[in-house]
Design a protein around this ligand. Sequence first.
Ligand code: ADP
Ligand code: LRH
Length: 483
Amino acid sequence: SHSDVFAAVDLGASSGRVVVGRVGPDELALTEVHRFPNRPLRLPSGLHWDIGGLYNGVLDGLRAVAGHAPRSVGIDSWAVDYGLLDDSGALLGLPHHYRDTRTDGAAPAFVERFGAAELYARNGLQYLPFNTVFQLAAARGTAQLRSAHALLLIPDLLGYWLTGERGTEVTNASTTGLLDVATRRWSAPLAEAAGIDVALLGELRAPGERIGTLLPGPAEHTGLAAGTEVAAVASHDTASAVAAVPARTERFGYVSCGTWSLAGLELGAPVTTEAARAANFTNELGVEGTTRFLRNIMGLWLVQECLRDWGLDDSALPGLMEEAGSAPAFAALIDAGDPRYLVPGGMPARIAEHLRATGQPVPEDRGGLLRCVLESLALAHRDTLRRACALAGRDIEVVHLVGGGARNELLCQWTADALGLPVEAGPVEATAIGNLVVQARAALPGASHGDLRRLVHAAERPRRYEPAGTAGWDAAAARLGLE
Ligand code: ADP
Ligand code: LRH
């Protein structure tokens, strides 16, 4: 049977990658052709993304893709962040990084003015200080915002540079706080409250729609055929990751585990009850009109920042994991959902400070500190999935853990142990796969989402962790006041 070739650009907070995929009714074969680090810029104006460097990384990746002659290219990235364009289409300054602190005052002030319950009823989002709506409120009155004619989320900005076409893909739009959770259209009252003209936000487009064809410049630069299409995918990376979860049952929970852990359920409709608001659960959009009912957990950011502080990189992880595995169990625990860990810098010291303040021993070595972090993450996965089930009135029999975290055996096993449920780990590159599968959808007529999930399962068989050492997790959760 027939397969087609597609290219996925997946920009994570820690690295960007470009993947080529052959996809057909019985085939899913991936090749990573390019990977590059994503290093933020710390400037007097705050913490920014190096958007020029990222665009060059995308172009380098597409050059490596050209020989495979893909039918289309799709771009996804982390959520919420944006660039502003002036009336000539020029970028107005470097996009801010969501870990920038300029929303510290503006976000709570916005909630106070609008009303927390009213805000949740409108946009259905968990409170995260960096939601786009709060970033815009913080930028109110700046010269950049006053001269802005268009706001483009990161994947849409890169898509604009490749094609000259503007628009806003809807899964990513659902993370802005400016989309109405009921109508799935831009909300005029929310735009007004943020102090922007709703026209800034652009037309919504759905995953699978066509964005345009490559402009002559990028086509020449990359060697891709001039008619190569850029397709809208589920451009929020987490939406793409969830789309590629290789589930064979509907009774599954997921943890999309990379820089963040996004833990939750795929639902047919949002849950915007007062209990869901109080528990700070979000309703983001997935493919095929699904709702991603989930909560953000600090994730492997905690590990990344410890490594950075120690002057190490991911190559040190196998050795450090061995040390973590033999450190004492449940010696020290933190709340891995705590926003105090959002900002960069001094992570080991910040964790130690919190442990001292809560009367817990500070681990003496790196292995002990990483054990504290990983056990705490497993407990946060448990708490979040159990609460999601209770709030949505659902039951799960398996947890799919996808993303770079699937390579962390301790985290996978401890998540299974803490929950008392099997964890199926992988694919590591679920986001890129989700990106490819959405592009291939048009070439796979009649395939249901379940069929696509089985295709992913066959191509990238997950590793199964059975719950084993379940003792001690209930008591550990109770120490943190978690479910
Ligand atoms: P993002 O897309 O947010 O940039 P990834 O999904 O690529 O993140 O996950 C990156 C994380 O995966 C790293 O921070 C690291 O903790 C984890 N990881 C990568 N390689 C390994 C490894 N060999 N062993 C354990 N964990 C790993
Ligand atoms: C993960 C992610 C997450 C958002 C955060 C800003 O990469 O997209 O879903 O909350 O970045």
